[in-house]
Write a protein that binds this ligand. Sequence first.
Ligand SMILES: [Cu+2]
Length: 135
Amino acid sequence: MTSGVTVIDAWARPPLTPTGAGAVYLTVVNKTSNADRLVGVKTNAANRAQLHTHILTDGIARMRRVDGIPLKAGGTIKMKPGGFHVMLMRPAAAIKEGAHFALTLVFERAGEVEVQVQVRNATASGTGGHDAHGK
Ligand SMILES: [Cu+2]
């Protein structure tokens, strides 16, 4: 399905504790000439998935749930540590390093876009991967 809205570089951080929440980071690319809006997220890999952002309040980063994330015509949404992310509440035990799972993003205009998410090391920065450990 070529909706004109694609998702690239989707990866997840597994929960730091067995009962904790995981987070997904990805980049949405809008190749259409229409503005859109990311309004929801679905996955079988967690009890619940939510769109979150980080807000700096008095020097302390806090997470807050958002109803939607605007996507400009020809624009991108970059989800990365410290900013927008998909929060996985009570993720499945299978969410561990090296695994993959399916995530569906719901857009107001483009509809549903499914993406495969790669689970990386919890301490990975998001660039570099395993090789970044060596020095
Ligand atoms: Cu969060």
